[in-house]
Design a binder for this molecule. Structure first.
Ligand code: HAM
Length: 419
């Protein structure tokens, strides 16, 4: 029979990669809580309506990447492709719109039916934050600072990262710019890629971040968005840049940074790395002032970001930390209940230990060595009667063994470097 494999674009995350995922999440949570964000865990499945209109029907995610199906009751369900729309849905479902601001952080799997390649999966993992209810450039700066310090705290080549920053302005700025871009790109219609020709009709802004080489050349000469910013939008962005300068967070202005989801306005940003190839964005986000209203709620502003844990994990340089453990080696059936009680006692003391489950003494030693144990506790009937335990190092040529009373055991084990 053919062996079952994980689905294309999905994988089992284990060993070093799993450790790196845990490390990233742990550090990110520490920082997010320091900035006053609270954990929220929204469902992985949501109704289609949460994403369809909100991310933009012309966005790639909604157009071709959503895992969408009818459940057994015939209701349209989506495996969440991202975390922002579900959090806005939760804000409304939990009736939190009267208790603003709300600052959330989240982490977990997201699903997009994309063409898998290095750094791009169909099930991938994000950690993100969303701040709802504050429309000030100060919070935009704070959000970006939080991302910056999390990334700085991870053991990855931080110098390979660049913060790209742009503004799309408010609704008025965006519509004016879109109109002008449409006119500009129309003159090159037949030279554009098929994808961009489609975007000319649906969202000409997205042509600016096309990966097609010919499109890129045409887009490089396109009118700049900054000329279309309303006075308020321009002031908002200038303040943000000033705050980032005060915080000494370096950034590059990237007018082509329009982002793939339609809910953005004003600030957009992305941290990109030179160490990963084509899938270079490790964290992206921006402001989404129209989203809550678009989902049927009041006019509440929002800003946030999400980082790609898979991509960051592949950049982490930590050697895999192994925990050195204590093995319990009971000799004879009569020692088992004593060994089991001792195992329990040691674990209560937070000492990493393993039972050797069966076999001769030498088989049990082999098992303990394979499990990465550094020290064995040999528990025989005779020792139990005397209230002692034999302690021996594992894997060393010279048999280094001594006898110790149970009373002194825990103090001694805590002194051995076991974690
Ligand atoms: P996004 O740019 O679509 O934004 O995703 C954020 C990050 O998730 C990307 O920078 C990337 O590192 C990672 N990512 C996205 N797709 C994949 C994939 N197929 N495989 C591996 N990693 C991937 C959002 O999702 C927005 N919700 C961010 C946001 C929050 N904006 C405002 N608040």
């Amino acid at each position: 029979m053919k062996q079952l494999q994980p689905l294309r674009g999905t994988r089992d995350v284990w060993e070093r990669e799993a450790k790196n995922h845990q490390e990233i999440i742990k550090k990110a949570i520490e920082h997010a809580e320091l900035y006053g964000y609270n954990y929220i865990d929204t469902p992985i499945i949501e109704s289609l309506g949460v994403f369809q209109k909100t991310l933009g029907e012309t966005s790639d995610v909604v157009g071709k990447e959503m895992y969408q199906f009818l459940d057994r009751s015939g209701d349209p369900i989506v495996l969440r492709p991202e975390g922002t729309a579900p959090i806005v849905r939760a804000l409304l479902s939990l009736k939190l719109t009267q208790k603003l601001p709300q600052k959330f952080y989240y982490h977990g799997p997201m699903f997009r039916y994309e063409r898998p390649q290095k750094g791009r999966y169909r099930q991938f993992y994000q950690m993100g934050i969303e701040c709802l209810g504050i429309d000030e450039p100060l919070i935009d700066a704070e959000c970006i600072a939080l991302a910056y310090y999390i990334l700085k705290d991870l053991s990855l080549p931080f110098s390979s990262l660049t913060l790209h920053l742009n503004t799309l302005g408010d609704q008025e700025s965006r519509s004016n710019y879109k109109r002008t871009l449409k006119e500009y790109f129309e003159t090159y219609r037949h030279e554009l890629s098929l994808e961009s020709q489609k975007r000319l009709e649906t969202n000409p802004l997205r042509i600016l971040d096309s990966k097609n080489e010919r499109d890129k050349l045409i887009a490089a000469e396109a009118p700049s968005g900054s000329a279309f910013l309303t006075k308020e939008s321009s002031l908002f962005f200038d303040s943000l840049c000033q705050f980032l300068n005060i915080l000494e967070i370096p950034f590059t202005l990237t007018p082509s940074l329009v982002r793939g989801l339609d809910y953005y306005c004003h600030t957009t940003f992305e941290f990109r790395t030179t160490a990963l190839g084509a899938q270079d964005a490790v964290l992206g986000g921006g402001r989404y002032n129209g989203l809550v209203k678009n989902m049927g709620g009041p006019d509440i502003p929002g800003i946030g970001w999400a980082m790609g844990i898979d991509r960051l994990a592949s950049l982490i340089e930590n050697p895999l930390k192994t925990v050195s453990k204590i093995a319990l080696i009971p000799i004879g059936d009569n020692s088992i209940s004593y060994a089991l009680t001792l195992l329990n006692k040691l674990r209560k003391e937070k000492i990493h230990c393993e039972m050797t489950y069966r076999g001769t003494v030498s088989k049990r030693f082999d098992y303990a060595e394979k499990q990465g144990c550094s020290t064995a506790l040999i528990i025989g009937e005779e020792e139990i009667n005397q209230g002692t335990i034999r302690i021996r190092s594992i894997g060393e040529k010279q048999k280094n063994e001594k006898e110790i009373t149970e009373k002194d055991l825990i103090t001694l084990l805590k002194k051995i470097d076991i974690s």
